[in-house]
Design a protein around this ligand. Structure first.
Ligand code: ZN
Length: 265
């Protein structure tokens, strides 16, 4: 775990164009966190302040139309092979795209973590680009010297399937993946469960999913986990994630999981 760094109390996040990825994404740029002083609104009590850097990686991206050649180029997968740069992601049956959900939730998590003093770095600055590719996302935590890295996705499984799962690199490729990454995944799982979100009934076990095939996790040298929030093809879950209130619920649980993990350092 990196040594604590001095940071201002109310600081904001920075968007970056590089990163991690799970089911499907790609671009790039060096993470250059900016710090923007903020003040607590009058009459409110600031939450406990945490000195940490967290990379949030909203999966996929929204500007991939007509760019399949770029999206399908092969990149290192972190285990000696290759895989495509990224995919377009999934969508609800009504057409709400996963990339938009991921980016919206990431912004909500950023707001919550920033209010706790955490410096947040996003792997992409908006929802209109192509990348970064999955291998680039996997290096984002190292570039930002992050204390934790969370990739945010939603799944596109068979309609009866439902629930979240948190993926982590397995078999682990370094000591961070062997220990802290699993602790992060468990903290996220625990807080999502506490929030009343159901663990997956179709993959993994107890809301956790060991994965060897996610380049974003394979390349991680900082504690990293990937949250598949829900199955977008499940009608009940699609109804929840398609509303701002529903997305805030996922964001609050992810933020709580990150803060719980950071509190144990
Ligand atoms: Zn995805």
């Amino acid at each position: 775990m990196p040594a604590p760094r001095a940071r201002s109390v109310w600081c904001a996040a920075a968007a970056v164009g590089a990163l991690l990825a799970g089911c499907s994404v790609s671009g790039s740029a060096e993470p250059t966190p900016t710090t923007q002083p903020e003040t607590a609104p009058p009459g409110t009590t600031a939450p406990a302040q945490v000195q940490a850097v967290v990379v949030l990686d909203p999966g996929h991206n929204g500007g991939t139309a007509g760019r399949s050649a770029e999206l399908n180029r092969q990149v290192p997968n972190g285990r000696g092979g290759t895989k495509i740069c990224n995919t377009t992601g999934t969508a609800t049956n009504a057409g709400y795209p996963e990339h938009a959900f991921n980016f919206d939730v990431a912004q909500r998590v950023r707001e919550l973590l920033t209010a706790s003093g955490v410096q947040v770095v996003l792997t992409r600055p908006d929802d209109a680009g192509l990348g970064p590719c999955v291998d680039d996302r996997g290096a984002a935590g190292q570039r930002a010297n992050a204390d934790a890295v969370v990739s945010i996705h939603a799944d596109g499984a068979a309609p009866p399937s439902r629930g979240f799962h948190v993926a982590y690199s397995d078999p682990p490729l370094n000591d961070v993946q062997r220990g802290p990454a699993l602790e992060l995944a468990r903290a996220l799982r625990d807080e999502m469960t506490k929030a009343g979100l159901p663990p997956s009934n179709y993959t993994g076990a107890d809301g956790l999913s060991p994965r060897p095939d996610l380049a974003g996790l394979n390349f991680a040298e900082r504690p990293a986990a990937l949250v598949e929030c829900a199955n977008m093809r499940n009608a009940a879950e699609a109804a929840v994630i398609s509303t701002p209130e529903g997305r805030q619920r996922y964001a609050a649980a992810i933020s709580a999981g990150v803060l719980a993990f950071l509190a144990r350092r």
